[in-house]
Design a protein around this ligand. Structure first.
Ligand code: CAA
Ligand code: NAD
Length: 285
């Protein structure tokens, strides 16, 4: 039987780290939150509290469950608390070197049986685990945004991942209310290999002069997608979208064609919903 995860450390408490922490805590897991940016872990807890309050109003969660979830979230100031965690999930920026550095640091702190999971969108698990002494405990657990709402988690093993690591990841995400699907360790796994093509073509159309709102409406009505590709990039975060397109081009060994409009928005600090402006504007709720 695979190891049950009762305590989790989430590293990187931005859009995804906060969502993952929320669903694990809601399912009864004690969750530590760690981020290198000042106050980011505390801010993530506050964002989760606000999101839970909205979810309560919509009838998704009960008031008592909301309090219990918040009581299980613990912002921490150092990685030392990872010693106690059964598993660590990193959700730092989509950059091979940054992710490898996080895991190399962790290997000097945690016991050899602590499971190390990555929420990478596109990057090979084999490559992330390559410099580690214990690559057998590394797996991809790829959650989708917004985490409380999206059912899927792709589970990805690298070349040297142990079968028990994958089983433990599957049973943890099931316990957190998600549906695991095993995906290959190829660039973008399953979903993002497809999404990458959609987003690149949407950016090309936009640069050819097609209105953003027209692209989105066409995709919503013509494909029955809940969101158009530009709104979706705003939801993901435009900096994260750019990093994902870069990582996917690198993984596929092809030239990057990222979209000038996207790069310009990121340069101007228009990062999508999280900054209040991206392709579209998002007034504070
Ligand atoms: N418990 C707690 N909160 C819950 C909840 C639950 N059981 N169920 C929903 N919520 C929360 C949501 O997280 C969200 O929180 P905020 O208010 O903080 O935003 C809120 O309730 C809205 O949920 P609704 O169900 O009311 O929202 P909606 O019906 O308006 O749909 C949407 C919004 C889910 C975003 C929908 O438009 C959608 O599905 N869009 C597409 C999303 C998508 O494609 N995501 C994948 C992105 S790509 C990716 O993630 C991969 C990558 O690597 C980049
Ligand atoms: P984000 O920019 O919202 O948050 C990243 C956080 O990591 C920031 O708070 C930053 O301060 C922190 N950080 C950076 N370096 C760190 C380090 N060395 N140690 C600790 N914290 C560090 O990013 P995000 O959108 O949540 O994406 C995180 C990961 O999840 C990426 O790999 C991304 O590709 C993946 N992902 C994103 C989405 C999405 O829709 N945004 C969906 C699925 C997967």
């Amino acid at each position: 039987m695979s190891k049950k995860i009762e305590s989790l450390l989430v590293i990187g408490t931005g859009t995804m780290g906060a969502g993952i922490a929320q669903v694990a805590a809601a399912a009864g897991c004690e969750v530590s939150l760690y981020d290198t940016a000042l106050d980011a872990a505390e801010n993530a807890r506050a964002r989760i509290a606000a999101s839970l309050a909205r979810a309560k109003e919509k009838g998704y969660v009960e008031a008592a469950d909301m309090e219990d979830t918040l009581a299980r979230l613990h912002p921490v100031g150092t990685l030392e608390s990872s010693r106690e965690a059964g598993a660590v999930i990193e959700a730092v920026r989509e950059d091979l070197q940054v992710k490898q550095e996080v895991f190399l640091q962790l290997e000097n702190i945690v016991p050899p049986d602590t499971l190390l999971w990555t929420n990478t969108s596109m990057i090979s698990i084999t490559r992330i685990a390559d410099p580690l002494r214990h690559p057998e405990r590394v797996a991809g657990t790829h959650f989708f945004n917004p985490v409380p709402r999206m059912k899927l988690v792709e589970i990805i093993g690298g070349r040297r991942t142990d079968a028990r690591t994958l089983e433990a990841a599957e049973s943890a995400v099931r316990a957190w209310g998600k549906t695991p699907v095993r995906a290959p360790d190829t660039p973008g796994f399953i979903v993002n290999r497809l999404l990458d093509a959609l987003l690149r073509e949407a950016l090309s159309l936009h640069e050819e002069g097609v209105e953003g709102r027209a692209i989105d409406e066409a995709v919503r009505l013509g494909l029955n997608f809940p969101m158009g590709p530009l709104e979706l990039m705003d939801l993901v975060g435009l900096d994260t979208t750019r990093d994902c397109l870069v990582a996917q081009a690198d993984g596929m060994g092809r030239e990057l064609k990222c979209g000038e409009s996207l790069l310009r928005l990121v340069k101007d600090g228009r990062l999508g919903r999280k900054s209040g402006r991206g392709f579209f504007d998002y007034p504070p709720q």
